[in-house]
Design a protein around this ligand. Structure first.
Ligand code: CA
Length: 395
């Protein structure tokens, strides 16, 4: 969907770019981009009005290279995003756009509160959409060798958007990585899924709320949104629960979850037993537990983050009048990468092979940690709790 550019031209163009982009290198890289744009069928006018005036932005590469020093805990992530203020504003906007949202729900099958939740999480309902010139950002990233193929594809899509809708290049602004408008669509999503909801002839995701919400509904439908199904829900687990069932590789039907003693967070039995679901414990066994349904996976196709998917789902519930989490996420400081590296090194030392320590707690690290936790009598949830750090002798 994203890249339709011949591989040969990518290779040719990539080989001309060095890691440190000097003015001459950028200029020659832009020449290559122009050649690719021509092959993509873009007009000389479009090419000259965009790539002819594009600037290298060193800050974009700095931001792209910046490795986060800490990995954020669920509590910190969640409490910054699902706020009372945001819930209140989401409810207000739900009323304000009631007529449009009803139509979108009918046409695309996505309930209004989810559209409000995506809008709220992406740009705080349009209040910060990003101000960086998208063509500059994308050209800069396309001329950096690390992900040049992806960003060259996105740049070409952005040029097509400009040509299709006759946008003024200076009005195409967004995040440093090129995400645009109320719902922060990358150019490929914009080109493939944006809809002219208000019928003025342009899908304008910056200035038209109607276009942006219609496009979000269309995008979600195309990503596979299941009409009449929830995102998932908070659940309670029985006291003797075996935590090896956590995670995507233990997806199973609601009837199986019910047999294991999993209940709704209001104490009632799970319903619709023919649906399959995955168990998530974003803050370990002492935090809230969630079952994610098919629409949880759809949300993760929008943004590949479990925290994000839970935040969207829960914010949607709250905007729709739902109650707050039954189990509050335990307070925990963000984990430094160095501390996680030490934990990984210790696990390796003790024979739980988790691969080269990189400071990121991935699937292998969680499995290794879980195996270690079992051997020392800790709850084996694979969560880097303080008790686990203590047991490993990591400060
Ligand atoms: Ca429009």
């Amino acid at each position: 969907m994203i890249n339709k550019i011949p591989l040969a031209s990518i290779l040719l163009f990539s080989s001309l770019c060095t890691p440190i982009v000097l003015a001459d290198d950028f200029a020659s890289c832009v020449l290559e981009l122009k050649t690719i744009a021509k092959k993509e069928g873009l007009s000389t006018d479009t090419i000259e009005n965009t790539l002819g005036e594009v600037n290298y932005v060193a800050r974009v590469i700095e931001l792209d290279k910046k490795q986060p020093e800490f990995s954020q805990t669920f509590d910190n992530y969640f409490s910054l995003r699902v706020t009372d203020k945001r819930i209140k504003e989401g409810r207000r906007l739900l009323q304000e756009h009631h007529e449009l949202l009803s139509k979108l729900t009918e046409q695309y099958g996505v309930p209004a509160q989810y559209l409000m939740a995506f809008w709220g999480l992406e740009t705080n309902f349009g209040s910060y959409k990003g101000k960086m010139p998208v063509l500059d950002s994308l050209a800069t990233l396309a001329c950096d060798p690390r992900r040049s193929q992806y960003f060259t594809g996105e740049l070409m899509k952005a040029l097509q958007l400009k040509e299709t809708y006759q946008f003024d290049a200076s009005t195409m602004v967004g995040s440093w990585a090129g995400a645009m408008g109320h719902t922060q669509f990358m150019p490929s999503a914009y080109a493939d899924y944006a809809v002219d909801g208000d019928g003025d002839g342009k899908a304008d995701l910056w200035n038209s709320t109607v276009d942006a919400l219609t496009s979000a509904a269309n995008f979600l439908q195309q990503l596979g949104w299941q009409r009449n199904e929830r995102w998932g829900r908070e659940v309670t687990l029985p006291k003797d629960f075996s935590y090896e069932y956590v995670g995507k590789n233990h997806e199973q039907s609601l009837i199986k979850w019910a047999e294991l003693g999993v209940m709704k967070n209001n104490g009632k039995s799970l319903s619709t037993p023919d649906m399959s679901a995955t168990l998530y414990l974003p803050a370990g066994y002492q935090g809230p537990a969630f079952l994610g349904y098919k629409n949880f996976d759809v949300i993760m196709r929008w943004n590949r983050s479990i925290f994000y998917a839970i935040a969207v789902g829960h914010l949607a519930d709250r905007i729709n009048g739902g109650v707050s989490l039954t189990v509050a996420p335990p307070k925990q400081d963000n984990l430094s990468r160095d501390r996680v590296k030490s934990l990984q090194a210790k696990l390796n030392e003790k024979g739980f092979d988790v691969g080269k320590p990189d400071g990121i707690l991935g699937t292998n690290s969680k499995l290794g940690l879980r195996a270690f936790q079992r051997t020392v009598g800790l709850v084996a949830d694979g969560f880097p709790s303080e008790a686990s750090f203590d047991a490993l002798g990591v400060q």
